[in-house]
Design a protein around this ligand. Structure first.
Ligand SMILES: [Zn+2]
Length: 317
């Protein structure tokens, strides 16, 4: 167990239970069942996904779910106007009800890493890049479809960051389910790695990295996936940097605890997901990097504690 925990929910907007959009029934659970988890399903029933996608049980369903894990939401500029995040509940969640208090263990784990990330990057961004840091607009906890500056977000997209509104979107319960499915277990440090990875995309946004990548992808679409991989691995490396810093500050319980984060990084490698879902590996389709790459870059950051070592672009391109 890491010691990175907090009950302070400042910076968090909690819109869970405020979906307003009916139809999901029950309000408690997810709009679908994850294949292979819990309630029967046996590969028969399809999974209804937004946009009319119908994924068959089992394998295909997982592919659809996983395609966007840790998705860097680069749609901001290209995503057709984005309607300036018009419907964003900016502040409506928390300011209406007062400050968010992080009560459950998972909430405290996430709030703890939020504050650690904010503190780390406040000093590290000027130190290593000569650039001022700004916090994400908010960290939004959600559990149903919602409007974001990058279009409609849904729980099954996994955790994501939207550069257009600078919000980190987390469905906490779903994050744990994904972790269970991919890594086989949940752990606090693995969850903190996920949050730190999304924060890494925020850092890339401040530094203008993802804007450059988006431009490069448009200039050379044949390398679009490789650019995406480099961007994702860099976010892994940035996550490693922060967790390495936490380790140096004595906030991990033991030297081996970092294995929890490594297991998570490996679990979401494109090759691991492909093997799990389609039984073979297709490197051309990678968008996030292999298990080995994700582990390697996480550890590069962890060991160096220097984000300027996260030059994933020279390796991948
Ligand atoms: Zn990502």
């Amino acid at each position: 167990m890491t010691k990175i925990r907090s009950t302070d929910g400042s910076g968090v907007t909690d819109v869970r239970g405020q979906s307003g959009g009916g139809g999901m029934g029950g309000g408690s659970g997810f709009p679908f069942q994850i294949p292979g988890m819990g309630s029967g399903g046996g590969g028969g029933g399809g999974i209804g996904l937004p946009g009319g996608l119908k994924a068959g049980g089992g394998v295909l369903g997982i592919i659809v779910l996983l395609a966007s894990i840790f998705l860097p939401k680069l749609l901001g500029a290209g995503g057709g106007g984005g309607s300036q995040a018009a419907g964003l509940p900016s502040g409506s969640g928390s300011s209406g009800n007062g400050a968010v208090v992080c009560t459950t263990e998972l909430e405290q784990i996430v709030c703890g890493i939020d504050h650690y990330l904010d503190g780390y990057w406040t000093s590290a961004l000027p130190k290593f890049f000569g650039v001022d840091y700004r916090s994400p607009a908010t960290v939004e906890w959600f559990d149903a479809d919602l409007q974001t500056g990058c279009g409609t977000g849904s729980p099954e997209m996994g955790p994501f960051y939207c550069p257009a509104d600078e919000v980190v979107y987390l469905d906490l319960a779903f994050m744990q389910k994904l972790e269970n499915m991919l890594v086989g277990t949940t752990s606090d440090l693995a969850e903190q790695y996920i949050v730190a990875h999304e924060w890494g995309h925020h850092i890339q946004n401040i530094l203008g990295t993802n804007a450059k990548v988006q431009q490069a992808q448009q200039n050379d679409p044949s390398k679009a996936n490789q650019y995406s991989v480099a961007l994702e691995l860099q976010a892994d490396c940035y996550a490693g940097v922060v967790i390495g810093d936490a380790n140096a500050n004595g906030l991990l319980d033991s030297a081996t605890e970092v294995n929890e984060a490594i297991a998570a990084a490996k679990g979401v490698g494109d090759d691991a997901i492909q093997m799990k879902t389609q039984g073979h590996i297709d490197q051309d389709a990678w968008t996030h990097g292999s298990s080995q790459q994700r582990q390697t870059w996480f550890m590069t950051g962890f060991n160096s504690m220097d984000p300027t070592t996260c030059d994933t672009f020279s390796e991948v391109l």
